[in-house]
Design a protein around this ligand. Structure first.
Ligand code: PSU
Ligand code: MN
Length: 299
């Protein structure tokens, strides 16, 4: 495990650190917006007084925090693997380069002693699960790895109701931040109630600590709604998602390829509006994550 100089210094000083995933860079956004976003998100965290730790596997080494040069190289690299719990260790053993999903980033964060992680959206139960059994490893990671993950809610490409059921069965608290309804990534309201509502970073930090004190395994999912100005309302994004899902089925896209395929199609069909929204919500999540990290490290 290799720490960037910035993260190393933060660890030594006991400063708040926020983990960031890298699949969003390599498989979630096109170049150069992916690199620009990654840097902007890191800056949001720095401006809140915390230190960003973007996580990736580079030539077999697990990096906690990337330099600007490493970030730039990753953003442009062809054939970067998408690493989840199942393949992270294998990629390291083989000396490969891979981006970490939410699940893999949580694993790395726990190893590095980082309690808070910001991303855009988590994986979940895919629609048509009865046929495909496609349930993201992200959900099972939340059940066992003690990291608080700030996301903008499950994406509407998923079956949100079933995603909530799996999280509940696995004992994962799903916390709507300042909202009674669960947000749905591009939209502020999924139409479903948020299982728990909290209104301050301090409450979220306290609940994280309480779980640890109780010896409960697993993390928390904090669902932070996209800012009003950047929202794509459900009635606009809904039909576009339906089309993208139909394309995926027609083209027999399966497994790991499903999420990146759908995001790309939705990007094309919204003339890039989905990307603008995605960037805004990741920054918004980074801000909240930094505030939670600060509350956790407050004496
Ligand atoms: N949601 C996004 N963009 C992404 C992802 C999710 O808005 O890039 C990525 C995350 O890394 C997440 C992964 O962990 O997709 C989930 O993939 P899967 O459904 O194959 O588990
Ligand atoms: Mn999947």
């Amino acid at each position: 495990m290799l720490f960037s100089p910035e993260v190393e210094a933060a660890r030594a000083a006991g400063a708040p650190i926020v983990a960031l995933e890298s699949t969003i860079i390599t498989h979630g956004m096109p170049y150069p917006q992916n690199r620009e976003t990654a840097e902007a998100v890191e800056d949001v965290i720095r401006n809140e007084g915390a230190v960003p730790a973007t996580i990736a596997v580079i030539d077999g080494a697990l990096h906690i925090g990337l330099t600007d040069a490493q970030l730039e190289a990753l953003a442009q690299a062809p054939d970067v693997l998408k690493l989840s719990r199942a393949d992270m260790a294998a990629a390291m053993a083989m000396g490969r380069t891979g981006a970490t999903t939410v699940a893999a980033t949580m694993i790395a964060a726990r190893m590095a002693g980082i309690a808070v992680f910001a991303t855009g959206g988590i994986g979940g139960v895919h629609r048509g699960v009865a046929e495909t059994l496609d349930i993201s490893a992200d959900l099972l990671e939340l059940a066992q790895t003690p990291v608080s993950v700030v996301a903008a809610g499950p994406k509407a490409i998923l079956d949100i109701e079933k995603t909530l059921e799996v999280l509940e069965t696995n004992g994962v608290p799903v916390i709507g931040y300042g909202v009674d309804h669960l947000p749905a990534f591009w939209s502020r309201d999924s139409g479903l109630p948020a299982p728990i509502r909290m209104d301050t970073p301090a409450q979220i930090a306290q609940a994280h600590q309480m779980r640890a004190a109780m010896g409960l395994p697993g993390g928390q999912l904090i669902a932070n709604p996209i800012p009003v100005a950047d929202e794509i309302p459900a009635h606009v994004i809904g039909p576009i998602i339906e089309d993208a899902l139909a394309d995926a089925e027609a083209e027999h896209v399966t497994g790991k390829a499903v999420t990146p395929f759908l995001l790309q199609r939705i990007f094309e069909r919204t003339s890039g509006h989905s990307l603008t929204a995605n960037i805004a919500l990741v920054k918004n999540n980074a801000r909240l994550a930094a505030q939670i990290a600060a509350a956790l490290s407050a004496p």
